[in-house]
Write a protein that binds this ligand. Structure first.
Ligand code: HEM
Length: 409
C-alpha cells in the first residue's frame, strides 16, 4: 500500500528541502511549544500527537460506515448531480469509488504518486501528513438518480421524493440532487480531502450541486454533543440503536442492509433564541438544557416522560415541545447531525444552524415526525428549513464487491 508521505521523498530535492523550514513555522511543532518543555523527546511527540490520528474504521462490512459509527467531530457532506445517463459508466464510477474509499479510510491516498513532476500530482495532497482520523464515507442515491439511469423498477415502493412540509422555505440550489457523499472524520481536512478526491476522479460524470461542512463538540465520545441552542442533541438515538432492524436497516431488495438518509439544512435563528428565557428554552424542547433530562428528571437517558404532570396538573413535557411531539408519534429515527456556522447573513445575523442528517428504514418515519412538528413545534419559531434531500444508502460492501452492486446487478 502506498504511503502518503512517499511523494515528498520521491519528487526531488526542492520539496524535501522545504519540509523542515515549513514545520519550523508550524504551531504544532514540538520544538516550538513552551508548555511541554519538561517532557523528554519521546513523550513530547506523544503529547503533541492527536489521539485520533491513527483511528481507522473498516470500509468493508454488512452496513456502510458512518451510520451507526459513533459520530466524529467533523463532517463534509456533498450532493452531486449526474451528467451521464450511461449506466455502465456510473457502475464503473462506483467500483472505482469502492477501491478509493477503502484506501482513504485506511489513511492512504487513492493512487500512488506519479514519478513525473511535470504532471499534476495524482492526489491533491492536503492529507499527505495526516492519518485516517476515523474517516467514514457513506454513499446514497436519490429517486432522480434511478430515473436518469432507467433503473426506476429497482426502487423500493417507499422510495419517492419527500412531500412538502409546512413552513418549508427550501432553496432550489440546496434541494434534490442525485448522489450524496457523507464524509465524517475527527479532522476536517481529512473529510474534505476524501470528498475532493472522489469528485476529482469522477469529474466527467458528475457535477457538484451543494455541500456543507459541520462540527460536533464533546470532550468525551460517550457524551451527547450539544447543538448551537446548547441542548444535548441525539439523546433518543440510544432507543433507536437498541432496535436497528425495526428502525434503521432496509430488510430486502436493491438496498438491503442500507438505510434511507434524510438531509435538511436548517438555519437556526440564534439571536432570537438568545433572547428567550431558560424556562422558555426548556419548554421548547421538553428537556432540561444542562442535563438533557426529560423535564422534572435528572437522568439524561431516562425515557422522555410524556405523561408526567406538575402539581397544577400541567404536562411537564408539553404537547408543543419538540421532543414531546416527536415522542408522541411513537416512531424512532437515528439522528447524526452536525452544527455549522459560516459567516454572517444579509441581515447581519449569524449564518448558523444544523446540517440535520437522519437515517431510517423507511422515509415515512421522517415524514410523519416532520409533519407532526408542522406549525405546532415551538422550535419552528427559531428555525427555517432551507435545504433538503432524500437518499437511499446502499448496504455495506463485502471484500470483492462494490458500492451499489445490489442495484446494478
Ligand atoms: C435545528 C433543528 C433541530 C434541532 C436544534 C433539534 C434538537 C433536538 C433536541 C435538543 C432534542 C432532544 C434530545 C434528543 O433526543 O436528541 C431533539 C429530539 C428529537 N428530534 Fe430534533 N432537532 C431539530 C430538528 C429535527 C428534525 C428535522 C427532526 C425530524 C423530523 C427531529 C427529530 C427529533 C426526534 C425524533 C427526537 C427524539 C424525540 C424522542 O423520542 O425523545 N429533529 N431534537
Amino acid at each position: 500500500m502506498h504511503n502518503r508521505r512517499q511523494f515528498l521523498k520521491n519528487v526531488g530535492l526542492m520539496s524535501v528541502a522545504s519540509v523542515p523550514l515549513l514545520s519550523a513555522c508550524t504551531p504544532n511543532n514540538p520544538s516550538q511549544t513552551s508548555n511541554n518543555a519538561t517532557l523528554d523527546k519521546d513523550n513530547k511527540s506523544k503529547a503533541n500527537k492527536n489521539p485520533f490520528a491513527d483511528l481507522k474504521y473498516d470500509f468493508y462490512g454488512t452496513h456502510q460506515s458512518g451510520i451507526t459509527t459513533p459520530a466524529q467531530r467533523h463532517t463534509y457532506f456533498l450532493v452531486a448531480e449526474l451528467h451521464s445517463t450511461d449506466v455502465n459508466e456510473i457502475q464503473q464510477m462506483f467500483k472505482d469509488w469502492t477501491a478509493y474509499s477503502a484506501k482513504l479510510m485506511a489513511g492512504k491516498n487513492i493512487k500512488p504518486y506519479d514519478q513525473n513532476p511535470h504532471l499534476p500530482p495524482s492526489d491533491t495532497g492536503e492529507a499527505d501528513s495526516l492519518g485516517a482520523y476515523g474517516l467514514t464515507l457513506t454513499f446514497g442515491i436519490s429517486p432522480s438518480f434511478l430515473k436518469k439511469l432507467n433503473l426506476e423498477h429497482k426502487a423500493p415502493p417507499e422510495f419517492s421524493n419527500l412531500p412538502n412540509f409546512p413552513r418549508d422555505q427550501l432553496k432550489p440550489h440546496l434541494t434534490g440532487g442525485d448522489i450524496c457523499i457523507s464524509a465524517c472524520s475527527e479532522d476536517p481536512q481529512v473529510a474534505f480531502h476524501a470528498v475532493r478526491q472522489l469528485v476529482r476522479q469522477a469529474r466527467s460524470l458528475i457535477t457538484m450541486k451543494w455541500s456543507q461542512s459541520g462540527y460536533n463538540a464533546f470532550d468525551d465520545g460517550a457524551d451527547t454533543p450539544r447543538n448551537l441552542f446548547a441542548f444535548k442533541d441525539g439523546t433518543a438515538n440510544k432507543e433507536t440503536l437498541e432496535n436497528t432492524d425495526k428502525w434503521l436497516w432496509i430488510g430486502e431488495g436493491a438496498f438491503k442492509n442500507g438505510s434511507y438518509l434524510v438531509v435538511r439544512l436548517i438555519q437556526m435563528h440564534l439571536e432570537t433564541w438568545d433572547r428567550t428565557s431558560l424556562v422558555g428554552q426548556e419548554d421548547t424542547f421538553g428537556r432540561h438544557r444542562e442535563s438533557g433530562a426529560s423535564i422534572g428528571k435528572t437522568d439524561e437517558f431516562a425515557p422522555l416522560d410524556i405523561h408526567a404532570k406538575d402539581d397544577k396538573g400541567k404536562l411537564m413535557v408539553g404537547e408543543a415541545s419538540h421532543a414531546g411531539i416527536a415522542k408522541r408519534t411513537g416512531l424512532q429515527i437515528l439522528r447524526r447531525s452536525y452544527s455549522y456556522s459560516s459567516g454572517i447573513d444579509d441581515k447581519g445575523q449569524f449564518n448558523a444552524g444544523l446540517l440535520f442528517v437522519s437515517f431510517q428504514k423507511n422515509p415515512m418515519q421522517f415524514s410523519v415526525i416532520q409533519n407532526a412538528f408542522g406549525n405546532n413545534d415551538k422550535m419552528t419559531e427559531y428555525t427555517t428549513h432551507i435545504g433538503s434531500g432524500l437518499f437511499a444508502c446502499f448496504g455495506g460492501v463485502e471484500k470483492g464487491g462494490y458500492l451499489g452492486q445490489g442495484l446494478f446487478e
